[in-house]
Design a protein around this ligand. Structure first.
Ligand SMILES: [Zn+2]
Length: 257
């Protein structure tokens, strides 16, 4: 989970339209009045085609996007098409959350709170950083099923292990060819391209980016690879920019002291 920014609501969702749709919903709660193309398109854009809770890809070619009402719609009817109440999510998180009342028992809303301040990551799972946030962290994990092995942990594990292997591979390529790298354009480009690919998996647009960013930054061989490239003078602006982006979203790997 990473901090997500709200974008402007769709132009079509005017005050009048919102009022009308809300009335329609109040008359018939079975009506998916929020299910409009202009709403769905904007939501997908807002979240970079990722579930705002578990960060799996959603939308065309991936899991279907569910529109999660952060405050449960059947109880808080007036918020049924309130733009700030619509959170793009995956079927897993939306179904788990179902009718949970987030006013009575708050969970972390990545549009409002920065998940970095609440979680630390270990073994592809979320944990509470400290006792002060323990309650809301536990509730968030339990309500959304954020540590469910079959539905989410397994996928983070697969992608995380793949990135660790890739880092090892590129590091070895760079290290073994350290003294010829600058004059061997083909090898140099392979290393630079590999490093760029690794880092792109840890930016906010990437799937499970909180985990991927943390894994990359925590990997001893990534640190060594970066040092070699800096030492050889081939660490470039693109890599620096990506490296900074990954830094922005990585999480702690130990609880607060
Ligand atoms: Zn999800």
């Amino acid at each position: 989970m990473i901090k997500v920014e709200r974008i402007e609501k769709p132009e079509e969702l005017t005050v009048d339209v919102q009022k009308h749709l809300t009335e329609e919903f109040k008359k018939d709660k079975k009506k998916s009045v929020w299910n409009k193309k202009y709403i769905r398109d904007k939501l997908l854009k807002e979240c970079n085609n990722k579930c705002v809770y578990c960060e799996c890809f959603i939308g065309e070619g991936y899991k279907e996007m569910h529109v999660d009402h952060f405050h449960y719609k059947d109880k808080y009817e007036d918020e049924v098409v309130e733009w700030n109440n619509l959170n793009p999510s995956c079927p897993h998180c939306n179904k788990n959350k179902s009718s949970h009342d987030t006013y009575e028992e708050p969970i972390i809303n990545p549009f409002e709170q920065n998940p970095q301040e609440y979680f630390y990551l270990k073994n592809y799972r979320y944990y509470s950083r400290n006792d002060k946030v323990e309650k809301i962290v536990r509730d968030t994990i339990d309500v959304l099923g954020l540590n469910d092995t079959e539905d989410v942990v397994k996928f983070r594990f697969e992608q995380g292990e793949a990135i660790i292997e890739k880092i090892q591979e590129i590091y070895e390529l760079a290290n073994e060819n350290k003294y010829i790298l600058c004059s061997d354009t083909k090898k140099k480009n392979r290393v630079l391209r590999g490093c760029k690919n690794i880092l792109s998996k840890g930016t906010r647009e990437a799937e499970y980016s909180a985990f991927m960013a943390t894994i990359i930054k925590d990997d001893i061989y990534y640190g060594k690879l970066k040092s070699i490239l800096i030492e050889l003078g081939i660490w470039n602006e693109i890599l620096q920019e990506l490296d900074a982006k990954v830094d922005e979203i990585k999480m702690q790997t130990i609880p607060d002291m």
